[in-house]
Design a protein around this ligand. Structure first.
Ligand code: SF4
Length: 64
C-alpha cells in the first residue's frame, strides 16, 4: 500500500498530517506532503492511512 497526495487538490486543511504524522508533513502553508514518496505504508499504519483518505475534504489523499 502506498499513499498519494495530489498537491493540486490539496487546500491545506491539515487533516492528513494531523492523523498520520509518521508519513505526512506540512509545508509552510499547511499543505500536506509525503515525507518519503517512495515509502510503502507499514502494516501498522494502514488503518490510519485509510482514515486520512476519508478525512481529506478535497479527496486529495488516495491509496495505491
Ligand atoms: S487533508 Fe487533504 S486538503 Fe488537508 S492538507 Fe491533507 S491533503 Fe491537503
Amino acid at each position: 500500500m502506498k499513499l498519494r497526495i495530489d498537491a493540486e487538490l490539496c487546500e491545506g486543511h491539515g487533516r492528513c498530517w494531523d492523523l498520520l504524522p509518521e508519513l505526512v508533513d506540512a509545508d509552510d502553508h499547511g499543505h500536506g506532503f509525503l515525507i518519503d514518496i517512495h515509502a510503502s505504508v507499514p502494516p501498522e499504519l494502514e488503518q490510519k492511512a485509510r482514515e486520512a483518505v476519508r478525512a481529506c475534504p478535497e479527496r486529495a489523499v488516495t491509496i495505491e
